[in-house]
Design a binder for this molecule. Structure first.
Ligand code: PEP
Length: 265
């Protein structure tokens, strides 16, 4: 596989996926602690993804902050008879500018299909939201030597209707399913290989120039102790963080590490 071209222009990205954690009070205090602790001049996109019921509260706490607001999911439909769903317009209405699409917990625990994920991504981008598209293989798929095929297929399906111009609003998160919430961080060499594979798939779908401009981040049991090794891997532009994003000091440490590590790689 050819080396990742050098670019130096991709802005680091760190997302904090709070998943189905926090309550109203703790969401407010976590948002407050992150907002207080973040350096205003940090050269990175920092986004928090609280649960739906707390989006508005976090938006209020972080009004004027450098930290952006995102949602963990959205409906593939614009509005109407979709009980329990939340539309892209509603997310924008409460101040969200980002959304996660295709998280492995939705792929594997909720059963979202590749075509639903593609529809959600199109809905997000068509509605003016920026998206974190998650891809990654299970342990069984990796052990069977299928990791790269799985990732390539996930990208092919999700990006089939996304034109090159819209890719400026997409961050790809490589999240090996076996690393999410398990305490097992991928080896830097495995993360690097997957990131190269993702860029190669992007080059095939679009072109090499676009592939070198899209941000690709790592997610899976990312903690401050592992940050330096992961963020200094060539082509890793930051991270999507679950568990560690619920502790403001850890999340803030990861935000700082991303700017140092990514800038140095
Ligand atoms: C995630 O939810 O995207 C994630 C990477 O979780 P964790 O950091 O807890 O593994």
């Amino acid at each position: 596989m050819p080396p990742v071209p050098s670019y130096g222009m991709r802005r680091p990205f760190i997302g904090g996926n709070w998943k189905m954690n926090t309550d109203h009070a703790s969401a407010r205090s976590l948002a407050h602690a992150i907002d207080e602790g973040i350096a205003d001049d940090l050269q990175a996109d920092i986004v928090v993804f609280p649960p739906f019921p707390y989006l508005l509260t976090v938006a209020e706490v972080m009004a004027g902050s450098v930290v952006a607001l995102g949602a963990q999911d959205l409906s593939s439909e614009a509005n109407g008879a979709r009980t329990g769903e939340v539309s892209a317009e509603m997310l924008r209405d409460v101040g969200a500018s980002w959304v996660i699409v295709g998280h492995s917990e939705r792929r594997h625990k909720v059963g979202e299909s590749e075509s639903l994920i593609a529809d959600k991504l199109s809905m997000a981008l068509g509605s003016g939201l920026r998206a974190v598209l998650c891809v990654g293989e299970t342990r069984e798929e990796r052990d069977a030597g299928k990791a790269h095929d799985i990732i390539a297929a996930q990208l092919r399906s999700a990006l089939a209707s996304v034109d090159a111009a819209a890719m400026v609003d997409v961050v790809i998160a490589y999240e090996p399913v076996w690393a999410i919430g398990t305490g097992i961080t991928a080896q830097p060499s495995d993360a690097g290989e997957a990131h190269r594979e993702i860029r190669s798939a992007l080059a095939g779908r679009y072109d090499a120039r676009l592939a070198s401009s899209v941000r690709v981040v790592y997610g899976g049991s990312l903690v401050p102790a592992a940050a330096k090794a992961i963020f200094s891997v060539d082509g890793v532009d930051g991270g999507l963080v679950g568990g560690a994003s619920l502790k403001a000091p850890d999340f803030l440490a990861l935000c700082s590490a991303a700017t140092v590590g990514v800038a140095a790689s």
